[in-house]
Design a protein around this ligand. Sequence first.
Ligand SMILES: C[S@@+](CC[C@H](N)C(=O)[O-])C[C@H]1O[C@@H](n2cnc3c(N)ncnc32)[C@H](O)[C@@H]1O
Length: 229
Amino acid sequence: MSGTALTLDAQPGGRSALIALPGVYRPQADTRLLAHALAQEDLGPGSEVLEIGTGTGALALDAARRRARVTAVDVSWPAVVTARLNALRQRLPLRVLHGDFAARSAGRRFDLVVSNPPYVPAPDVLPPSRGPERAWDAGPDGRAVIDRICDNAPALLRPGGVLLLVHSQMCGAQETVDRLTEAGMAADVTARAAVPWGPVLRSRRSWLERAGLATGAEEREELVVIRAR
Ligand SMILES: C[S@@+](CC[C@H](N)C(=O)[O-])C[C@H]1O[C@@H](n2cnc3c(N)ncnc32)[C@H](O)[C@@H]1O
């Protein structure tokens, strides 16, 4: 797989001014890597953009700042309220919907779909239905939401439309590329970055090792951006 390694010091406009209600995922290295990829996309005024799992709205607002027409979806009410507040504070138009992305975007098509979904492997088979863990826990292989995004992507995109997805190599970049290819899309890894393990990975190190997803010496994970069209 190809890919460009990036440093993660970019702070796209407005990011520092974002607020986050308790329990809402704050922009992190994965957000920044995806923001960098989003900045390279050709977004004309009036382009229709969907963000799946918007959290604070950071990425959706990056697109809105470029005059795209942006719809953002999140299953978490605190995230929805946070994204709406950030849009108001930045005086940017943003449609923020509450619910599962598939239900809330059904029947609509977009020029660009962007997502930093939950992707951390977790012992529980079912993803959590409440709490801040909904932002990261994604079943034993970390793919509970990623696979659904891959399967839904062709129906969400207009002809020539682009999907941008970030996740950890721990849950399989090649699996995502293969799944998107099976869905009829041309997919590739376009960016990579190695980042230190965060507190969630550190707290479940022994389970990750037993599951064969990590070795004892590992302290960094690789993030990947996958672009499909
Ligand atoms: C890793 S956070 C990313 C937040 C933000 N986009 C960012 O990059 O900083 C993932 C977000 O996806 C939301 N989410 C989880 N499952 C979802 C689903 N099925 N549909 C829509 N949003 C979902 C979570 O509530 C959380 O806000």
